[in-house]
Design a protein around this ligand. Sequence first.
Ligand code: SF4
Length: 1019
Amino acid sequence: MSPAYKLNPEQLKAVEHGEGPLLIIAGPGSGKTRVITQRIVHLLTGAGGAAEEPALLSDFKTPTAHGWDPDGAGQAARATPGHWEVSSGAGVLAENILALTFTEKAAREMQRRVREALPEIETLPHISTFHAFCYEVLRKRHFERTLLDKVDVWIFLRQRMESLELEFYQKLAEPGAFLHSLNDFFSRCQDELIEPADFERYAEAMDRNFQAIAPSLDAAERALMQQDIQKKQELARVFRNSRKLIEEAGSSSLGSLIPETVRLFDREPEVLESYRQLFCYVLVDEFQDTNYAQVELLKRLVKPPYNITAVGDDDQAIYRFRGASHGAFKMFDQAFPQHETVFLDTNFRSTQRILRAADVLIAKNDRYEAKPQLRTSREEGTPVYLLQSPDFLSEAAWIADEVARLTQHGTAPGDIAVLYRAHGYRDLLVEQFRRRKIPFAIRGLSILSTIILRDLMAYLNIIHSAHDNVSLTRVLLTPRWNFPEDMALEARQQALRDRCSLYDVLESWEKSATSNRLEGTGWPDLQRLLRELHKYAEYAPVLAVLQRLIGRLELSFLPQDPDGSYVEAFRKFLEKWVGKSESWKLDAFLEYFAYFREAGGQIEAPEPENSANAVQMMSVHAAKGLEFPVVFILSVASRRFPHTEQKPVIEFPEALRKGPPPPANIHEQEERRLLYVGLTRAEDRLYVSSVAKPAKKPSVFISDLTSNPAVEASDLARIQVPEAPPETVGAPRAEALPPERPSAPKPQGSLFGDAAGAPGIYPPIHEWASRTSAIRPEEKLHLSASALETYDTCPQKFMFSHYLKIPTGPQPALTFGNIMHQCARRYFELRRQGPVKFEQLQAHFEQIWKSAGFEDDYQEQAYKKAGLEQLRVFVSRHESVTVLPLAAEAHFALDLADVVLEGRIDQINPLTDHSVELVDYKTGRPPSQKDADKSLQLSVYALAARDQMQLNPARLTFYSLTNNEAVRTVRTPKDLDLVVREIREVAAQIRQRLFPPNPGFACKYCDYVLICPAHEESF
Ligand code: SF4
């Protein structure tokens, strides 16, 4: 056998391995993909990877499209059941080889390489993902099924919430809040081959145990355990119900494919036998990412002499969040104890210094036994640079300077990669690259955050409903419509005053006989466009609506323009949706799309085409499998790398685990592997950037890297990064702003203004969102407690709502809260006339109920049910109350010189000593004692009661209507002085017009996402 490819002895050993199980532990850069491909080629040709003698090409032809046919004639040729010859010089039939991997991209790459090695091959072996393989197996036994990915499952269940019968795992304001956690939990069960019936048995056993010990428990312990069991019972019920719903709809979740296939093989041994006969050789790439269910599938698929080849590297197992097990190789050892092991420990990629540094890091992990250290014949190379920056801005500025220096000295930008743990960490560096005009390309971007997509979505929203104020605000900002911002502000203020939409105001202005104020703006053209497309959307498919919109806006893109590829990706997304949806119209799509966003769906942007001339920026996860001459690892800092662990909301019970138990520090170990993957992407030059204030501890991984004195002395070079000068922060952008004052009518070359590609098509969101008019020093600021709280949560949101006065639609939690407040007030009005029955309050509740703002009927009914139950308890809890309120909804406007504090106190109750209790009713999550103690709202109430109403607020109470419990607190005069100081500080920031966005958890509930600069990538 004379291999046509240069393989080193270990690679050759792996490629030419004969029969029996084989485990190939392949370190980074050791030629893993080449080895697995060559092994396939070797099996096909019976020679060591050479295609010189393409033995019996006719052997590679099969009558099937997929290269395998368990039911047909394809298996006839050379596969003698139970025994297959290798190395005979004739090779194995393509259809007798199964190669499995995890992503479509990896499968395609493997196919490409085999075809490249054997260009004349007519039928490839079966090379696919685990999921695609199982889908094919199931398709042969079942009816056609639609496959639902994670986001699809979320949307599917969200649309059928009432059938899930949720109790503990439901949130009124956000009905789908627990669906991800539930689905993650069910996926976890599927990865461990746990069926709904198994989980039911587990919950029943728990209940039996509890019943046996319940008499010996105290009340608190009993209640806690009982609730835990009820939660498990609910999980069991929802697991079964969701499975049933999906199956009844003729679908399967991706996660269920593997357990379903295992079940099929167990139930119908003859089916399994046909596959075992067919696939003489099974190869699995990236074996470290397999889970228990996948290993069980493989165990079934191979039979003596167990011709399975598993290739992977336990040090590069970084996909636990996608269901990978931490103990894949241990399971392989147990399943195939007689296996041979080949270590591919020659690294062809990195310099010696890079490898030694990487080895010091990974040595801190639990690793596969007897693993040799990586070696290389490459040179020592430059040291690994360990940057130490005092803050993230200094880090970004230094790295950008260094990249500029490297490119000036001849390194191609495309040879440089910047890797980060999370996408949000790159923003400062992006800004620094921009300032230095360094070209960069970001991999893994979602097109949903691009300006062009956000614009198109805003148009589609207002084509469907012109009363969507936020979308119309965005569209009006586009220079094309020549709509002055001061006029837009006036319209928004009127909309708030008149409680109507922005569109209504503009329409009324247009109809007004006395006013021509819209003259010179593009409003008439925009309105015509909206009307035309709204009519069109009533019967035309959404794709046609998009097409017409693009045509009417005269958008056309040059081949190099990334916007063109984003629009194309969106078009494909729409096509896919049309394929799986029962409708193809705009309204149905927008409903789906709202769920898609809520479910966390993303549409990945295509890889930039001209990225060879740009610095490559990507997450470390995305870099797996790639290599670059120069690598920067960004922000190896405390809480960033290692990333803070997020425990699952619903823990998988240890008692049900079938695979090996995880180590206690599994999260840290996985993060360390991730950094190891990052380090080993570097060929020649590696920078590891740590950020910590001088006195603070660096990331634990920096301590790991420097833990070997010999390696530190010979292979690492520390660089102290100086603090970046303040002028490097936040340069203004030079983009067009809409005029402050109406400008003269613009001569228009077309019906809708500027031609495609002209700067007039994009709204200058960043500038607009940071531009406000000055507040005159003598002007008093009118602030409420909720406005102050909004500022505290996100100053940008405060600006949108209180400054730019952008009206939003009704929100379910607010609608519900309003109704419940009215009911509480009504209760005390009725009490003045005598005892109150629940039915009286119920009648009031029904009478004032409004459907405005609820996401759907399910949410509305859930709120209604909860509201009535809460009122029933409210009535019974208040039966014995004898003292009635002094006042309800007491309005105040407290003048604090430069600020007027405004608001209403829900209820004022008299106390025995002439003091009062101020009550604030709460709906939603019941407030804690800490919430009450820290509440700005209660402080503001106390201030107003004391200083304006001349009362003595001795007690402040949050009364939760959700659980009908009160939480009480007090404020001392000193507390109130402090609050006044805090309010003045906020007022000063507002006067300075400091409105930075504060992206985070609150964005989930924010109506302004579509116009918020923090959610917009301006590349
Ligand atoms: S989307 Fe987030 S960052 Fe933007 S305004 Fe809303 S809360 Fe603030």
